[in-house]
Design a protein around this ligand. Sequence first.
Ligand code: GLN
Length: 201
Amino acid sequence: MDAKIGVLALQGNVSEHIDAFLRALERMGHGPSSEVFEVRSPADLVHCNALALPGGESTTISRLIDKNGLYEPIRSFNGGIFATCAGMVLMATSVDDPRIHPLGLIDITVDRNAFGRQRESFEMDLAIDGLQGAPFHAIFIRAPVVTSAGTRVNVRARIDQGIVAVEQGKHMALSFHPELCDDTRLQEQFLKNLGITPIIR
Ligand code: GLN
């Protein structure tokens, strides 16, 4: 199946997600019929079988989702959602900040700025359940953590502060930023889980 990947382009690190998904598709042997494009309106979403919710400022992105009439269309989106950092905050059922209107697509409670000011950014090699090969070099920037997860949620990684990688059905949410490194193993897994498989030539 061809990939039609939308990246929500209201605020945040949009171009990094586009580049990372293009790298992942190239490594999976996909040609130009698999595409990555920006999503700004409900009409854009109709063409997608996957959607990325980027990192950025979750309060701003949440307000713009509502303003652009995207809240219900994203909630009823049929494809998979790949959410990083602020995107993870938006996917939750419950968030510790009343300014966020969470989508409730993954049964998690999220602490938005779990690391406070002292440790705004850090990098670490992270063991992720079900990821083959070396640990993942994870970049955390004002990262959220998951403080509780429902029974349908597959917890894939945790650190001292809490859970940092989860999956529920077709959706994946990460506290860190895989789009900021060369490693595309997580994007490739996400796509394969949607039936977008590598093309063997
Ligand atoms: N914690 C930030 C927020 O909730 C997200 C930071 C990020 O996406 N890098 O807006």
